[in-house]
Design a protein around this ligand. Structure first.
Ligand SMILES: *Cc1c(COP(=O)(O)O)cnc(C)c1O
Length: 389
């Protein structure tokens, strides 16, 4: 009889791995063992820097952490289970009862809910300020403000903040600055260099880029990242699986190539939209008001593929017909993947809704993917026949 225990629990396992893989292995393991008590004891003194348990640190995830921190020009990063989790742990680590937050108006919806629903319960108040008005953001700071939350650009109407001006104001006062930098990615907008303390990302968008993983990133100094790790990160248990980290490593390698392609296609699509009879206005960080565009271009390296348009019709049925007739733009939430997407703001309300709206009904958001730009333009043209000239 073969020794089943020997085969199932010993044979061929670590220690015999001598081949060198060109791709980092997936350490699909929940914990790590130690041959000596002294090694285990030493590991316990610094979970942040060692591998004990995958809720904390895992070698595959660590490869991704190092790359993302380096891309942002920062000391360290945490990779977490979603962009929403990234924002939640970064914000929770900065506030306590009685503190005040200044946050841009209409940030990512779950960032707003974190303030309005959760932090409110714990006695932390938030003032929401026009995301295009840097001076007003600064002017809203109170004696008890400990945190400024930015999103530049935001991802529905694309307002831009002057990051250096806000960081220069906040730093001497000891106010922490956090930016949701998902739109630009760590390569496309170097917020840490401009003085922002913490960058938060949804890696579900461009960083992974293939619409097959939900993940988030928190980037900052070693001390800030370690303090988030030791409390919010470990307590809330927002780690990512090693397999998902590996998928993101794969996606990340092509980030610059994808962004170049997406930027070129988006400029072609927007050039068409600006001349199209059915479009009233295009919202993109690099389009419109010259002051905003100059600021955006001074902070951002890439022409992003996410933008919105106001169409010239307010008729919900017409807008619905336009969105439904598109063949290459799938109607869906999220963005930043290989596939082009469309998201009409009218979907947020019942079709006969007549009340106050966060976004006007004629606002439609597009995310440009990796399809050929001419294919996408032709698709918009064939669908736009629903809009009467
Ligand atoms: C998607 C998104 C998030 C949330 O990220 P998830 O990975 O979906 O949790 C946060 N901020 C912005 C700007 C986003 O687009």
């Amino acid at each position: 009889m073969p020794d089943l225990s020997e085969i199932l629990f010993q044979l061929g396992e670590c220690g015999e791995l001598t081949s060198l893989p060109v791709t980092p292995p997936i350490y699909q393991t929940s914990n790590f063992y130690f041959p000596k008590v002294s090694d285990l004891r030493k590991a316990f003194t610094n979970e942040f820097r060692t591998h004990i348990y995958t809720r904390g640190n895992n070698p595959t995830v660590e490869v991704l952490r190092k790359k993302l921190a380096a891309l942002a020009g920062a000391e360290d990063a945490l990779v977490v289970s979603s962009g929403a989790a990234a924002m939640s742990i970064a914000v929770l680590a900065q506030v306590k009862t009685g503190n005040h937050i200044v946050c841009v108006k209409n940030p990512y919806s779950w960032t707003e809910k974190l303030s309005r629903v959760i932090l409110q319960r714990f006695g932390v108040e938030t003032t929401f300020v026009d995301a295009g008005a840097t001076d007003a953001i600064i002017a809203s700071v109170q004696p008890n403000t400990t945190l400024i939350i930015l999103e530049s650009p935001n991802t529905f109407t694309f307002e831009v903040q002057n990051l250096k001006q806000i960081a220069d104001f906040a730093k001497p006062k000891g106010i922490t600055t956090i930016i949701d930098n998902t739109y630009s990615t760590p390569i496309g907008q170097h917020c840490i260099e401009m003085g922002i303390d913490i960058e938060v990302h949804s890696a579900s968008k461009y960083i992974n880029g293939h619409s097959d993983v939900i993940a988030g990133v928190v980037i900052g100094s070693s001390s800030k990242i370690e303090s988030i790790f030791q409390s919010e990160f470990m307590n809330l248990g927002v780690n990512i699986s090693p397999h998902d980290a590996w998928l993101i490593l794969r996606g990340l390698r092509t980030l610059p190539v994808r962004m170049r392609q997406i930027g070129e296609s988006t400029q072609q699509v927007i050039a068409y939209l600006k001349s199209a009879h059915w479009v009233e206005k295009v919202n993109h960080p690099f389009e419109g008001d010259a002051t905003k565009v100059n600021l955006a271009k001074s902070q951002m390296q890439w022409y992003g593929g996410l933008f919105s348009v106001y169409v010239k019709s307010n008729d919900i049925a017409t807008i619905e017909a336009f969105c439904e007739q598109l063949r290459f733009f799938k109607m869906a939430v999220s963005w930043g993947g290989h596939e082009s997407l469309v998201m009409p703001a009218c979907a947020f309300y019942a079709s006969d809704y007549n009340g106050l709206r966060k976004y006007p009904a004629n606002l439609i958001r597009f995310s440009i993917g990796l399809e050929d730009a001419n294919t996408l333009i032709r698709d918009m043209q064939q669908s736009a026949v629903v809009f009467v000239k």
